[in-house]
Design a protein around this ligand. Sequence first.
Ligand code: HEC
Length: 206
Amino acid sequence: MNKKITQIISSMAVVSCVAIGFTSCGKHDPNSPGVEFMPDMYRSPSLETNMAYIDKNTGDTLQANRLPVKGTIARGFMPYPYANDTSGYSAAGKFLHNPFAKTEANLAEGEALYGKFCVHCHGAAGQGDGLVGGKLPGAPPSYTSTLKNLPEGKIFHSITYGKGLMGSHAAQLSQKERWKVVMYVQKLQNPGGATASVDSTATAKK
Ligand code: HEC
């Protein structure tokens, strides 16, 4: 009799163990790891990107990814060091040069961009007689007279920041595109051939 009771109790114990085993398998959360013997193995103490955390030593709230080192430049971005003022303008005229090769392909792209962004003011030959430019209170000066010796650095500078009635084109044209347009403006400055490389206007224009 006693033996039977012990048998029943032990078989009940086995059944309940199995039942507990099944029910503890995270019925509610399928991603739950169940009982955690060593929580560090499950919950990695490493920081996730963009995560804010509290520094154990100082109590400060910090950001997991730090600010880039001072002077860091985004990939593909070239900072423009010349300020939008008269000294920046004259420095650009002296020191800023086209970093891209004056190839036929670049020139052709410059011409196409000129046709989209500049021709309506400056005119096809750069005489300041475009459909819009000709009607402005102060028409754009001609590339072959007033602006004939304007150096490439100043051309780039003026396209970047704008000048007088001409707005900035930095938002419409990337730096590379602006340089291609500069190549085409230089072609219009000298329809015959050579491009101006000496800043003859640096002192005159300040
Ligand atoms: C809204 C009309 C307008 C558009 C569009 C325009 N310009 Fe101008 N541009 C002017 C005017 C007006 C001036 C004269 C500014 C001054 O000296 O006050 C000027 C001046 C210039 C100068 C001489 C800058 C200097 O440093 O003296 C250059 C070079 C030039 N433009 C190139 C371009 C190029 C390249 C484009 C196209 C990307 C363009 N412009 C688009 C109106 C325009």
